[in-house]
Design a protein around this ligand. Structure first.
Ligand code: FES
Length: 137
């Protein structure tokens, strides 16, 4: 057996034991996800943000998403970070918390799928999330 065959035999044995591939990538490991979120503004402009991480209002303000102001700095008291969550994302994003519901109750554009982005933490599970920016009061 030549050295190359010997190397691949050893690598295959290693792979079959669940410890990676011959190229050093372990297929059992979760790939390094770079979560992406898309905001659709009131004017219909799509703003895609790659590698979104952390609190969504901060992500949106940093990228200057039109219609997301975050005036209270994420304290859940202004509703200037209001978005609508599409039906297909509702389970993964989850419902509004009690404080958020109180704040949203003062917003004339509140709908059952309303959320405040200052109360949503971006995670790998939300990769591909699309949010509609709600109209401002
Ligand atoms: S930033 Fe004020 S309620 Fe979200």
């Amino acid at each position: 057996m030549c050295a190359i065959e010997c190397y691949f035999s050893a690598a295959e044995a290693w792979n079959e034991s669940g410890h990676g591939t011959r190229f050093g990538h372990n297929p059992n490991e979760k790939p390094n996800v770079m979560p992406k979120v898309t905001f659709i503004t009131q004017e219909g402009k799509s703003v895609e943000i790659e590698n979104a991480d952390g609190c969504l209002v901060e992500v949106a303000v940093e990228e200057e998403v039109e219609g997301i102001a975050g005036d209270c700095g994420g304290a859940c008291s202004c509703s200037t970070c209001h978005v609508y969550v599409p039906k297909e994302w509702m389970d993964r994003v989850g419902p509004a918390n009690e404080t958020e519901k109180d704040t949203l109750s003062f917003n004339s554009h509140c709908q059952p799928n309303s959320r405040l982005t200052c109360q949503i933490e971006m995670t790998d599970e939300l990769d591909g999330l699309v949010l509609q920016v709600a109209p401002n009061d």
